[in-house]
Design a protein around this ligand. Structure first.
Ligand SMILES: [Zn+2]
Ligand SMILES: [Zn+2]
Length: 175
């Protein structure tokens, strides 16, 4: 969803307030794409400070499916972003890109609300998501989800010293 900023920029101290739908279906990060499974409209308030400086405030809530760090099952993770950004749209494109952390949620006098939110979620993104604290994860041999069943594999990670020796031995044979 795009909000036109030229109106708020026409008068100093002017404020525009809008509630707009979030239109993105997934969050795209370097580590993958994460589907948005639940969303609320985004409340946006833009305040004209002076010159071409704006204070952009946004709040909403949305849920995203993020795979469990151990078993890869989808975990519904709720974000409740509520933030304010100071942006000078009078800066050149290059300066603006630097100030906006290279995420172009402002293009000319247009504010891209999806891009603004995506940018914020990156900074709020959890380092690790677990489906539950004691998730047993996947068997490293056969891939069985150990929360839902067991398998007969030997855990190759039980004695890491042994596998180092094994690898060394393998390398020797290849030479
Ligand atoms: Zn898990
Ligand atoms: Zn197994």
């Amino acid at each position: 969803m795009i909000i036109n900023l030229s109106d708020v920029l026409s008068d100093q101290h002017k404020t525009v307030e809008e509630t707009v739908p979030l239109t993105m279906d997934e969050i795209r990060l370097k580590s993958g794409n994460y589907p948005v499974v639940e969303r609320e409209p985004v409340h946006v308030r833009v305040e004209h400070v002076k010159g071409k400086e704006l204070l952009i405030h946004a709040d909403t809530s949305l849920s995203v499916n993020i795979p469990c760090d151990r078993c890869l099952d989808d975990v519904r993770y709720e974000f409740v972003p509520n933030f304010t950004k100071h942006v000078d749209v009078g800066l050149s494109d290059a300066e603006l890109t630097e100030e906006l952390d290279e995420s172009n949620f402002i293009d000319g006098y247009h504010l891209d609300v999806d891009a603004l939110l995506a940018n914020e979620l990156v900074s709020e993104w959890p380092v690790k998501v677990l489906c539950r604290d004691d998730c047993k994860g996947l068997c490293r041999v056969c891939g069985q989800n150990l929360n839902t069943g067991s398998c007969d594999c030997e855990d190759p990670g039980l004695d890491p010293r042994m596998s180092v020796v094994r690898d060394l031995f393998k390398n020797f044979k290849e030479v």
